[in-house]
Design a protein around this ligand. Sequence first.
Ligand code: DC
Length: 251
Amino acid sequence: METADRSDAPAIADDLAPAGPVVVVLDGPAGTGKSTVSREIAARLGLSFLDTGAMYRAMTYWLLENGVDVEDADAVAVASGKPVVRSGTDAAGPTITVDGVDVSGPIRGPEVTAAVSAVSAVPEVRTRMVELQRGSAAAAPVGIVAEGRDLGTVVFPRADLKVYLTASAEIRATRRAAQLGVTDAAGITAILLDIERRDAADSGRATSPLAKAADAVEVDTGEMTPEQVVDRIIALVHGRVAVPVDRSRRS
Ligand code: DC
């Protein structure tokens, strides 16, 4: 692999020098701010960024568009081999396409959000996504910050740093409401119920993807700003591994 220009890298002990692409993973339930925080960390450390939830959403979008019954696991398993899901991992402008079409907007819609848990429970879907996720990490010029549910446990068990983000369902609902511009009590309650439903769907089954790896560092983001979470995790990264291009001190 091509070596990155290390001219402006901080001096780092040899035992922290990475052997291959640096892999930092953030897992946790919906609404903990994983995406925003992971992308910012990647940008500041000069690493690639991968939103694995977007990949499951893209698969779900394609299945819905193509009339596949997402509650029929066998039908999903058969169809899941067909779409070409591609993630562009530039932290400055990540992209997600299916069969070459940009789906970054529609994958955030309510139809996909309602169906994605069922789709992501299908083992054939997971196998395919895990393969793509490992491919993205292997292709990253320097390394990758990836966020999802099972990255520390299944996808990247040897990651350089594993972080597990938490926050109460109420706090996560309030944050999501603010993002969506929802201010009325009924709207916030609906978001809370949706988050609780997704928590249960993501963690309450035998094939549950959401799990904290034994060697993950847990960060409760409840009382923290996104900036504080970013700083905390960047400090953890520096403690574990050399990042060849370190922009964190310049911003
Ligand atoms: O993070 P998100 O809300 O965009 O994730 C969408 C869905 O994808 C979520 O319901 C759980 C699933 N998912 C998964 O099963 N495994 C991952 N690594 C990431 C997301």
